[in-house]
Design a protein around this ligand. Structure first.
Ligand SMILES: NC(=O)c1ccc[n+]([C@@H]2O[C@H](COP(=O)([O-])OP(=O)(O)OC[C@H]3O[C@@H](n4cnc5c(N)ncnc54)[C@H](OP(=O)(O)O)[C@@H]3O)[C@@H](O)[C@H]2O)c1
Length: 333
């Protein structure tokens, strides 16, 4: 059987993914011991994967070698299994390949069998997936948010951010978001009902933040110049939970806050966190996120692109701001 997949031919420059990734085709190899074959129904587009496409060796994951299929989270049914605990027909999520069919080592890929009774399976990429875990962990554990505190989230209209602002609200905090453009800010305040939103693409971001008032927790998805703006507006003894550094992903720069001295002046705690470090907490986090989702208290809009051949268009949205909510590629059945 032939399998189409996106091959990493070159390191991408900025958001020119078409020059770096090529849609290729090859026959499927026989399944090895411990492996499963998944018919991908959905691919998750995740901004953090942009770092794996660079050649930097000091990231939290080594670079993906050139010539191999692009990897990422996938959702789909097991076609064939040589791994204990996985049977044909099981709905699974795993770190697979941007392909029609993923072949993975069940253990190394973190494959898990999912409850097929969840009505919208895309939720396994959103509130019930890594984005949900990251949002809840970042606000509650790393940010140590307490009821009544003021929480600010950057990239707040994206998958992780949308969940983080809602989780903050559910934990009794006053949630604020930073997003690019009036439409995204209106979505956050009018649809999600958070306390306020700052449009970082509009004029006078500093003035907008001043008008918002000080923050106790900054859930940062972006880094860069925005981090400097926020550092000078943190309340004393505030916490900055560093989730991602989107401002650096496509340009290859490094965030080096000019206002770092505010960590001392305001006695701030600043700490990075990374979802694989708390993977073992996944089932407990999922239970809470599922309760909120089923009660309608946690929502996720999906930005869905049809067809494996259109994957790169979907992926670019993460870096150009073309999405509200979770970016997903839906594959032909
Ligand atoms: N630590 C972890 O374990 C973990 C796990 C999952 C995700 N993350 C991080 O979470 C962040 C969000 O990832 P995601 O996959 O959920 O993507 P996403 O938020 O759905 O999409 C990214 C959004 O970020 C905004 N953005 C892009 N470049 C920006 C820039 N230079 N400055 C400000 N905003 C920018 C864009 O919205 P605008 O229109 O608002 O610009 C875009 O829609 C990433 O930093 C990712 O690495 C971390």
């Amino acid at each position: 059987m032939q399998n189409r997949f996106w091959r990493i031919a070159r390191r991408p420059e900025g958001t020119d993914f078409a020059a770096a990734l090529e849609l290729d085709e090859a026959p499927l190899a026989p399944l090895g011991t411990g492996e499963i074959r998944i018919r991908n129904s959905h691919l998750s587009m995740d901004a953090g994967t942009r770092m794996w496409l660079t050649d930097r060796e000091d990231g939290y994951q080594p670079p993906l070698p050139l010539g191999i299929p692009m990897s990422g989270l996938v959702l789909g049914e097991v076609l064939e299994s040589r791994a204990d605990g996985f049977a044909p027909g099981d709905l699974v999520r795993a770190f697979g390949q941007w392909a029609d069919v993923s072949t993975v080592d069940a253990v190394m890929s973190g494959a898990i069998v999912l409850d097929p009774t969840v009505t919208d399976r895309r939720a396994w990429f959103g509130p019930l997936g890594m984005n949900g875990w990251t949002a809840l962990w970042g606000v509650e554990q790393t940010g140590a948010a307490k009821p009544g505190e003021r929480v600010l989230v950057s990239a707040a209209a994206g998958a992780t951010g949308i969940l983080a602002v809602q989780v903050a609200k559910l934990l009794g905090c006053e949630a604020w978001g930073i997003a690019g453009g009036a439409a995204k800010c209106a979505y956050l305040t009018d649809e999600l009902g958070i306390a306020g939103a700052v449009d970082y693409k509009a004029a006078d971001v500093g003035g907008q933040l001043d008008a918002a008032g000080g923050f106790d927790i900054y859930f940062d998805n972006v880094g860069g110049a925005l981090l400097d703006q926020v550092l000078t507006r943190m309340n004393h003894y505030g916490r900055i939970a560093v989730c991602g550094l989107l401002a650096d992903y496509t340009g290859g720069g490094r965030t080096s806050p000019r206002e770092f001295d505010q960590v001392l002046m305001r006695r701030l705690r600043i700490e990075g966190f990374f979802s694989p470090d708390f993977m073992h907490e996944g089932p407990a986090l999922t239970r809470r996120l599922r309760d909120w989702t089923e009660a309608g208290a946690l929502v996720m809009p999906y930005d869905v692109t049809q067809g494996l051949e259109n994957t790169l268009t979907a992926y670019a949205k993460l870096f150009t701001g073309g999405n509200i909510g979770k970016v997903i590629v839906e594959l032909d059945a």
